[in-house]
Structure formats: C-alpha cells, structure tokens
Design a protein around this ligand. Structure first.
Ligand code: AHR
Length: 679
C-alpha cells in the first residue's frame, strides 16, 4: 500500500486520491488540507520507469528571424549601418542614409556614383573636398567629411578595440582621420589617420585601422574627415568590436542570453523575411555568403529595412555551431506574399536549395563546400533539417513546388528531414513530410487552453514543429507576465505531448527597441543594454527538458493549474533532478500538495533542492530598460524538499520545484506506455 504522509497521520494513497477527486465539494469534511476547495490541489508524480517517456533531444530551441533589426543592428556586431552605401538603391544619385555630412556646400560636395570595385554592389561614396589646410578656403578645425551613427548609436566601451576596415581611392594623396566620436561630434573616443600617397590609393585600396576607446559612450558614431582638398571615394566601411562571441562577429551579451536557454535547434532566417512581400526582395542565401564586402545586401520588404547581410547563411550556420545547437534552415520555395513561381519553373529554386545544402555540409572539394571551406570552415556544418517555405501552405503553387523540393532533396540527401508548411495536427497531410510546421499567435486564455492542443493529435504520421508561438495583442503588450504564464502552460502541454511534438520555439526572438516591428519579443535590446521579457524567462524553465524524461503526473485541482514533471541529469555535476513545473493561471493562491511516488525513501535531498518562481505584483507587469528584472524568476532553497511536500503557488505564477535526487533512485529509462491523460 502506498502511503501519503500529512502531518503526523498517515492516510492510504487511494483514500487521499478519492478525497481530492471529491475535494472540490467536500474538502473540509474529508481532510483538513485546506479551507477553500478552490485553493487546494494535489499533484501526484510517479517517477517510475514504466510510466516515464523520453522527451526528444530537440524539443526546445529558438527561432531567429531578421525582424526588428534582430540581426543588422543587433546580434551581428557590425557597428556601421549601410556600410556599402547601397541602401539607397542601385541607381545614383542615391541617398546615403544614415550617413550624414560634416561640412557645408562651400567646403564639401558628397554624392554617390557607380565606381565601386565590387561587381554586386557598385555604389560608392564620392567626397569632393573644396577646402584645404592652407590657402583661401580653410577647412574647419575638425575637418569635413561624413559620419555614420550606426544603428541608433554605436556602443563604444572604454578599453575595447574596434577594427575599422574600408576601401578608399583618390586622385591625390590623402590624409583621412578615422574617429569614434560621441553623437554630437564633440567627444573623441579614439582616432587614427590614414595617410597615403596618390599612387598608393589611385586604385581601390583596403585600409585597416584599430581604434582603442579611451571612454565609454553608448551613443557614438564613426567619422571619416579630412582637411585636405581633393576627391576621395569610400566604399564598404566596416567597424567591428574585436571582442565578439567566439570571435565570430556576434554580439556576446545577446548570444549569452541565447545560451542560457540551452536551445537544441535554431530555426533561421525567418519567417516572412524568407518569403518577402515580393520574390525579388526575399532572402536568397547565395547573395549572403563570401567576403562581406562583396555581398550586395538587400531590402527586406516585409519588415521594411535594409540589411547589408553581414549576418548571412554562413554566419547562421556558425552561430548554430557556436551555440552547440542544430541549424534548421528555412528557404524560399518560390513563393512570396504577393508573387509565386509556377511549379513548372521552380527548378532553379530547387537547385538553389540543393546548392545550399551542399554549401553547409558538402565535401570541401565540392563546388559549394569549397566556398564554405574558403570562408574558414572546411568541416561540414551539422545541417539535418530544412523547412520548405514559411506559412505558404494555402498558396496556389505550394504543394506543387513543395513536391519538387521534397523529391530532389530526398534523392540527393536522403537523411535530411523536411518540414512542410501545412498543419497536420488535425488531419493527415496529403504530401510526404518528416515534420509539419505549426504557428500560433493568440490571446492568453486561448493559449492557456491550447495546453491540450496536441492531446488528440494522431500519434501516426509526421510530428509537429511548433516553430512560432506567442501570446500577442493586448494581453501581451510589450511582454507581460500574463502572456508568459499562458505560454508556460502551452509549453507544459507540449512537454507532455512530446511524443507528437518534436520541436518548439517562441517568436520573435529579438527586438531592437528602436525599431519595434512586432510585439512582443523574447529579448529586448538597444546598442548597449538588453533584457529578457517574461516570455524569455519562461523558456529558461524548459532549458533542461530536451532529452529529459517526462513523468506521469496526476493533478487534481480547479482548472487554473497546469503541471508537469521531468527528470533530467546534469552530466557535468553528475546530479539528477526531478523538476516539477506548475502554472497557477488563477488569481488565488493555491496550496498544493506534491506527492512523489516511485522513489526510494528519503531519496530527495534537502540540500541542493531549489524553487524558482516567476510572478509579479500585477498581471500586466513588463520588464523595461529601467526595470529589466521586474519580472524574473526568483530562486530560493526549498526548505521542505521531500517526497511529500505542501507548497504554496502564488496567484498568477509559474513555479519550478527542482528536487535533487540520489541518481540511482531515478529510473529514467522510458517506454512509450506514457499516457496522455496524465493530467
Ligand atoms: O514571428 C513574426 C512573423 O509571424 C513571422 O515572420 C511569420 O512567420 C509569422 O507570421
């Protein structure tokens, strides 16, 4: 007989369960567990081997889209915006925004022409300096020229070094100051001069300058100035901090926030960004590889901004590798929001996808693998998944095009798993696929209810990739606790249904606060700061779930609670944890009794067991630059850790009980006898 211990008296488990089932009406008469039936609940966790089920190793990951300046002006550490002067379009004269001119029409004429040495981005900046350091028209003391404010200010840090690379040409000798300045041009953070004779710069010449900052200013700019008369052309001006994540060009603080989530995959680069409003503006991988100065860049017409494509296909694959996660490449399947390639003409797109796979994982001697090798990565990247388009299922040519991609990829790369845009959760797909994509953006109540979304999905056929989910609209604001709690419930549902859901990721991942194209987002940043929204922190509660074992649980409560339990092993510390997560979506505090079966006596260790709670004073509370941690998990030691625990769930909260166990007690071997009716 299994016994539940409460206070000093022991009650048989079966009696206890019966009491809780009728508890909503008779709790006071049955057991003095709580005075109000709506505020008490019982969670039974069975940690036994027979009822556990392995969670896919890939279950929780991230989805990176170039939206909200997530990459350009965000994750990609390039400080210069519109470095090649191409953003104004291929025709000249063009505007050079956000570059600005230092000087007036008597001292300087700035224009664009098509004299660049780079074939795919011909626009260059022409600077005709009318003033001089001597004679009748003397240049102002600081010189004349141009400056670039970066993406709403460059974050320059004292003691750090920045590498400025640029291409220059002139008909005469040059003396150009390359400076990092405060936004008003008055504070000099670092400066160096490029001095060259006429013969040295008569053709396009690459110059490199290292600038070490003598002060910190998050709102800095890069200046190119001179006091010497003549004509100078500039092109492909880049400024990068030397200090980037693993030296690969990513902004470290932002990648570190991703690493906290222990993502098991990264889906990239979109989203609608992949589709484009028009095909001509869609992200095409071949234009995003090779030397950065040769990349044409493009205008993403869905999110309406230019990107120099410094963060290209290679860099996404590199990011996946640096995070120790699997890349999931979404490519255009010949369909945009407004135009589509007919299936009879889609073969060039199919070939482009095949070439992209070869680029990622082909032999270094292969056509495209050799370009990857030339970029510094002879070893193949671990590309195992591709998604054929994004949200295109309903489009006229989708199925026809999809089948062309599917059969060609399957033939050449039989191990590659393909993801269809069509939802197979409610009815079987009418085409072959390894996974189907599932996106949901909805209200908090709806998403909370959708914790049960996959309960009745067929266990046959392709599995779901919930590649975009979030609470949106007024429930979410710019990232509320309310939205996060509903998402937590939804993720618990996914964890429990991970026999049919293979992967899940929140969307969007990043927003530069200066260009909010989509609310809410997981991580908010500007040039120098970043914070996680409550939705980000919810994801951190699931960082240990992928590859863990989901246990059988029985929850008896009112409907505001959702719970799951997993066991996972911290291999580094050689420790095993039982992690119990509970969302209290209601406005009442709940007194929860947790009872764990299937463990040896005393095998939960008091010391080392912790509790994390995500909650806040107000359901609509958000984080901000001013209060970046207003809604953040609070960690405490769990004073009463044990097989039987009475715990309190605050109103509107998400709690994780992390119970350190003696490893030998947890039997994590799993079978597929797990029952979905476990809640
Ligand atoms: O995540 C934002 C957008 O939502 C994605 O680009 C698109 O796939 C979805 O409609």
């Amino acid at each position: 007989m299994w016994w539940y211990k409460m206070g000093s008296c022991k009650v048989p488990y079966s009696v206890l369960l019966l009491c809780f089932f009728v508890g909503n009406f008779f709790v006071p008469q049955c057991l003095a567990i709580g005075v109000d039936a709506n505020k008490t609940a019982l969670l039974l966790v069975n940690a036994s081997e027979a009822l556990g089920r392995p969670i896919p190793k890939t279950l929780f990951g991230i989805f990176f889209e170039e939206i909200n300046h997530a990459g350009a002006g965000g994750l990609w550490a390039e400080l210069v915006s519109n470095r090649g002067f191409e953003a104004g379009g291929p025709n000249v004269p063009s505007n050079i925004d956000p570059w600005s001119i230092i000087g007036d029409e008597f001292s300087l004429i700035v224009s664009t022409d098509l004299s660049s040495c780079f074939e795919r981005n011909k626009v260059a900046l022409r600077m005709e300096v009318l003033c001089d350091s001597e004679g009748t028209a003397i240049c102002p003391a600081g010189g004349v020229g141009v400056y670039n404010p970066g993406f709403w200010g460059m974050n320059i840090l004292e003691g750090k070094t920045y590498k400025v690379l640029l291409y220059v040409r002139s008909s005469g000798a040059i003396n150009v100051s390359v400076s990092l300045m405060g936004s008003d041009g008055l504070q000099t953070l670092s400066t160096a001069n490029i001095i060259a004779s006429a013969s040295e710069v008569s053709n396009w010449t690459k110059m490199e300058v290292l600038l070490k900052a003598n002060a910190t200013n998050p709102n800095s700019r890069l200046q190119l100035t001179t006091t010497r008369k003549g004509v100078i052309w500039f092109d492909q001006v880049s400024a990068m901090p030397l200090d980037t994540y693993k030296g690969h060009g990513f902004r470290s603080e932002l990648v570190e926030m991703l690493a906290v989530l222990k993502p098991r995959f990264i889906r990239f680069p979109g989203g609608c960004f992949v589709e484009g409003e028009w095909l001509r503006n869609a992200f095409r991988w071949k234009a995003s590889i090779g030397p950065w100065e040769e990349r044409p860049g493009h205008f993403g017409d869905v999110w309406m901004y230019w990107t120099d494509d410094g963060l290209g296909y290679f860099e996404f694959l590199q990011l996946a590798e640096d995070l120790g996660t699997l890349p999931i490449w979404v490519f255009n399947n010949g369909v945009s929001h407004n135009d589509q390639v007919d299936t009879s003409s889609v073969i060039p797109f199919v070939q482009e996808a095949l070439d992209g796979i070869e680029f990622a994982r082909g032999d270094p001697n292969s056509t495209w693998g050799s370009i990857r090798a030339a970029m510094g990565h002879p070893e193949p990247f671990d590309l195992r998944y591709v998604a054929i388009g994004n949200e295109d299922c309903g489009k006229k040519n989708y199925r026809g095009n999809y089948l062309k991609f599917y059969s060609a990829i399957n033939k050449t790369y039989p191990d590659i798993k393909m993801i269809s845009n069509c939802d197979g959760s409610s009815q079987p797909l009418d085409h072959p696929a390894h996974f189907y994509d599932f996106h949901v953006y909805t209200s908090a109540n709806n998403l909370f209810t959708m914790a049960n979304q996959f309960d009745h999905t067929s266990r046959e056929g392709p599995k779901a990739f919930v590649s975009e989910y979030a609470v949106t609209g007024k429930d979410a604001g710019k990232g509320s606790l309310l939205a996060a709690l509903a998402e937590a419930a939804f993720l618990i549902g996914i964890e429990k249904n991970s026999d049919v859901v293979e992967m899940a990721s929140y969307a969007p991942l990043f927003v530069n606060a200066n260009d909010r194209r989509w609310n809410p987002d997981a991580i908010v940043f500007d040039s120098s700061q970043q914070y996680g929204t409550p939705s980000y922190w919810v994801q951190s509660f699931f960082a240990e779930s992928s590859g863990a074992t989901v246990l059988h649980t029985t929850l008896n409560s009112n409907t505001s609670l959702i719970a799951s339990a997993i066991t996972w092993k911290d291999s580094d510390a050689d420790k095993t944890y039982l992690k119990i997560k509970v969302v209290n979506f209601g406005s009442d505090q709940v007194n929860l009794t947790i009872s764990v079966d299937g463990l040896e006596h005393n095998s939960i260790q008091l010391s080392g067991s912790t509790k994390s709670v995500l909650t806040s004073g107000n359901l609509m509370d958000e984080n901000s630059f001013k209060e970046p941690t207003k809604v953040k998990p609070a960690f405490t030691m769990l004073e009463n850790a044990g097989k039987d625990m009475d715990v309190i769930l605050p109103p509107h909260s998400f709690t994780s009980f992390d119970l350190l166990t003696e490893s030998s007690d947890l039997r994590t071997m799993a079978t597929d006898t797990f029952s979905r009716s476990s809640y």
